[in-house]
Ligand binder design. Structure first.
Ligand SMILES: C=CC1=C(C)c2cc3[nH]c(cc4nc(cc5[nH]c(cc1n2)c(C)c5CCC(=O)O)C(CCC(=O)O)=C4C)c(C)c3C=C
Ligand code: FE2
Ligand code: FE2
Length: 341
């Protein structure tokens, strides 16, 4: 668990930091930058559980040389003038959240973006706040569904930094919120708005990032929490079991990952005669390479190639006002203890 060496509530002049954490992204869409980023990412033992002595040579000799180029080409397709969509959205979310917390009477709360891999790193932001004497820090992983591969890895990064400090701040972490009313409300609004503009497709496919099947067998609650989100969203939208499905994307490596896989599911739907699909990625707070390239380009093409007619991608929550207010309410709820006199 996170260190808690400073149990007293903050005095009025003690400020609070809220760190919105997401996975991270390369500094540039180039093979060199992608290599630096993937080396850090794929060396995290929460992500790849193989013994380093076995995995590191495979990673450096087989995986990175091929993947850095292929991955850089994909990043080039989604990169914007402002930078990588994942970081651009996370920064905007942080800025908006700070403003909205201020409007809710919570002034003096700092909100920043922290990336688990790459920049701006979690450690660098904690270091800056430490220098500014911010002693209470709320960690908000932008992962509504808990997984050890993501949420616990953020916790590892926070703890690794805290362990280097003679006097670490007090931390709190929001570990999961798969059925949070504000989060579900934001998802529901985004689907309904999409239906109003584009009409309703035959199926709503909800695609979540996958993890290896073995992690679930070891007790990771991720899959169950994804299904909880999917069911709750379907219920709010009034969808029957035949009108939606939950799938898992981005399989990496040879081991089986959690099923059903997104792309084969969409191909099978097209072959069964389904002509139109709406596709949403509820586990991603921000659009990124996984949604903009993998889903909206690759999976779209696969669906059309198998005879589908219309693939309508529903953007992530990004800067939607309902999402920022959901984050504001989550933060206020978790800060209550610290704010009481
Ligand atoms: C190697 C295993 C991987 C696991 C396990 C994994 C879990 C996981 N990831 C996300 C969210 C994101 N992943 C993103 C990119 C990405 N993920 C992997 C691999 C694993 N992810 C790779 C190799 C990559 C890099 C892209 C590529 O080269 O294909 C991203 C987007 C990053 C961006 O810059 O846009 C996100 C977000 C979750 C939620 C998750 C488990 C629950
Ligand atoms: Fe991933
Ligand atoms: Fe992917």
């Amino acid at each position: 668990m996170l260190a808690s060496h400073h149990p007293a509530p903050p005095s009025p002049d003690e400020r609070i930091g809220v760190l919105l954490c997401n996975l991270g992204t390369p500094d540039a869409p180039t093979p060199a930058a992608v290599k630096r980023y993937l080396t850090q990412f794929l060396s995290d033992r929460r992500i790849v559980q193989l013994p380093p002595l076995l995995w590191q040579p495979i990673l450096r000799m087989l995986v990175l040389p091929r993947r850095k180029k292929a991955s850089a080409e994909k990043y080039q397709k989604i990169w914007t003038e402002e930078g990588s969509p994942l970081l651009v959205h996370t920064r905007k979310q942080a800025l908006m959240l700070k403003g909205w917390l201020g409007e809710a009477g919570m002034r003096g709360i700092e909100v920043e973006a922290g990336m688990r891999y790459g920049n701006p790193s979690i450690a660098a932001q904690l270091e800056r706040w430490h220098a500014q004497h911010i002693r209470h820090i709320l960690i908000v992983p932008l992962y509504p569904q808990y997984s050890a591969t993501t949420t616990a890895s953020v916790e590892d990064a926070v703890n690794a930094w805290a362990q280097t400090q003679p006097q670490a701040p007090t931390f709190k972490l929001i570990s999961h919120y798969p059925a949070d009313a504000g989060y579900l409300n934001a998802l529901e609004h985004s689907v309904r708005q999409h239906w109003m503009t584009h009409g309703r497709a035959e199926q709503l496919v909800m695609s979540f990032h996958g993890i290896p099947q073995r992690n679930v067998e070891q007790g990771d609650p991720y899959q169950q929490q994804c299904l909880q989100t999917a069911q709750a969203l379907a219920q709010r939208l009034g969808l029957t079991a035949e009108q939606y499905c939950a799938t898992f994307q981005s399989r990496f490596g040879r081991l089986p990952w959690i099923k059903p896989y997104t792309q084969p599911t969409l191909e099978a739907l097209a072959r069964q005669g389904v002509k139109t699909v709406d596709v949403i990625c509820p586990g991603f707070a921000s659009d990124c390479i996984e949604t903009l390239e993998e889903i909206d380009m690759e999976v779209r093409q696969a669906f059309l190639d198998q005879g589908g007619h219309e693939f309508r991608y529903i953007p992530c929550l990004n800067e939607r006002p309902e999402w920022i207010s959901a984050l504001r309410d989550l933060v206020i709820h978790h800060l209550r203890e610290w704010r009481q006199p």
